[in-house]
Write a protein that binds this ligand. Sequence first.
Ligand code: PHB
Length: 404
Amino acid sequence: MKQIQKRSSCGGTRRRVLGVLAAALVAAGGMLTGESAQAQPQGKLKIGLMLPYTGTYAALGTAITNGFKLAIAENGGKLGGREIEYFTVDDESDPAKAPENANKLVKRDQVDVLVGTVHSGVALAMAKIARDNNTLLIIPNAGADDITGPLCAANIFRTSFSNSQMGVAMGKVMAEQTKKTAVTFTWDYAAGKESTGGFKEAFEAGGGKVVKEMFLPFPQVEFQSYLTEIAALKPDVVYVFFAGGGAVKFVKDYAAAGLNKTIPLVGPGFLTDGTLDAQGDAAQGLLTTLHYGDGLNLPKNNAFRAAYMKTYATAPDVYAVGGYDAAQLLIVGMNAVKGDTSKRAELVKAMEGAKIDSPRGPLALNKGHNPIHDIYLRKVEGKENKVVSVAVKNLTDPPRGCKL
Ligand code: PHB
């Protein structure tokens, strides 16, 4: 600092003249290319990835990161002509640490775009910080209904789903299969409550009855006493929300207790996505609902799966799709403003109107910036979640108080 002051104090008139000349040249360059100096891309675009890389959702965070980076690589490694710099934080799926973690990216690293996360409780905290700081946030997984409902905001987008969507779809399917009674079981936080809540709403609207709703704290996996209770209640069907490491253990424990022979187990597709290698025989035949299926025979899905396989030497899952589409959405916005993030209104408008060719099929957003998409009924066959039918076509959420 001192040195600079010293230099400028003895720089004299010659230095000032050179400075004026340099400024004039920059302005002239801008005029020649028909752009103002301000509209030039502003260096590297800073992207903050806040995802779980440890804990029960660790594999999900990795798949999202892979999917996101694959779409960017397919776009020439840039966004709106700008190089990218990544800043990464492991959020551990811990809501208590979420404000501090999000602030590391928003305040310390000053990211232009925040991308995350998996866990709804963590995402709710991120959404608050994104709103308070007007940071652009794209959610590639966490389904907390409120984020695109009463808490919706112009700067917050989601490319995955909302939690109740899968429950609603499965509730409808089970009622159509004339199941009469159900037990729901999940972790006691937003995702589990909203997923099982959606199931209950649709199942009971279709004539069924949820006879018991059971919860255990996240991320506990001591399922035994709950399995004993399910066996005693003997419902027609059991609907559970578990994902990642918890889903692997639950499906194996359910089969080990022999319940898979007597009471059908169903859930949102998270129960069997990215988990089939570890679940093995225990998962065979399970029915789930999700906006994605491994074998969807769409040109985009086939190309996506081949590229992902080639890059990461492993098969993609629904989480990879969420990350991939988060980048696809950002590409639309950044192209519209040619990398100039100061044109926020234009960027948001382009993202709102985006029609994305997703590996899941066509993807558009509703007013609250939440996906409108088909929900598939899938069945586990070998190492694949095979699409059986479309459970709900073009599913969109009710506005839930979103004022956008
Ligand atoms: C969520 O917390 O919203 C969540 C977590 C894992 C999933 C799906 C939703 O697989």
